[in-house]
Design a protein around this ligand. Structure first.
Ligand SMILES: *Cc1c(COP(=O)(O)O)cnc(C)c1O
Length: 220
């Protein structure tokens, strides 16, 4: 089932769009099925769960952190995390930079932009993120690779609304690429199970898909 689902999703993605399988709340067995279908990028949203999974699963998995972050969680995942996609403010960026330095490495980061009109979604406001690059604030973070932006659209069945939100973040992404011409800044992570076709249409470079691959999550 999982392997078929992956095949199905891949068939809908242009070649230049990366797939991150969101495995939060799913078992190591399920992850191994996706792994055996060739997937190496997995997304998790809880540090404790991720720390447990990392121990048993293959070492060539690239783990993406996509959940709400606190400083103590950054410390725990800093030694091995491939990319943190959910950096929603400068304070978390500072802590990530500090922990990366402690581990003598650089950490790949996507900055999360708040595009939905839902209070519970997180991220930098448009003016904050533009200012961050205009004022060259990135210069303060020597152990961070700024790889791009991440965004989540409003949870709604109104496709036009979702389209507008994705189009907005694409516009912000292109604007930043002009003021920060660093080749590492190349990834726009938008699109989940229910809205990834719209995200792809609007220029997504990375989709994060969970339930359409692993089935519904049983939360505990
Ligand atoms: C859970 C989650 C996803 C995957 O959601 P699905 O709808 O199951 O595909 C993607 N991105 C983020 C940030 C998430 O928290």
């Amino acid at each position: 089932m999982i392997q078929e689902n992956i095949k199905n999703i891949r068939a809908q993605l242009p070649e230049n769009v990366q797939l991150v399988c969101v495995s939060k709340f799913h078992s190591e067995e399920s992850i191994m099925q996706a792994y055996n279908a060739g997937v190496r990028d997995f997304g998790e949203s809880r540090a404790q769960e991720l720390l447990k999974k990392v121990v048993n699963l293959p070492k060539d998995i690239r783990w993406h952190f996509i959940g709400a972050l606190q400083s103590n969680k950054i410390r725990q995942i800093a030694p091995f995390i491939y990319m943190i996609q959910s950096i929603e403010n400068e304070k978390l960026l500072q802590e990530t930079d500090r922990q990366a330095e402690k581990n003598s490495r650089k950490i790949n980061v996507l900055l999360e932009v708040h595009i939905a009109d839902e209070e519970q979604k997180h991220g930098f406001a448009e003016n904050e993120i533009i200012e961050f690059f205009e004022k060259k604030k990135w210069q303060n973070f020597l152990h961070i690779n700024f790889c791009g932006l991440m965004g989540m659209a409003t949870f709604t069945s109104d496709n036009e609304k979702i389209r507008k939100e994705f189009s907005k973040i694409k516009e912000i992404f292109d604007k930043i690429k002009n003021i920060f011409p660093n080749p590492t800044f190349a990834t726009l992570s938008i699109g989940m199970s229910d809205d990834f076709p719209i995200a792809v249409e609007q220029g997504s470079g990375m989709v994060r898909i969970g339930s359409k691959i692993f089935g519904n999550r049983i939360k505990n």
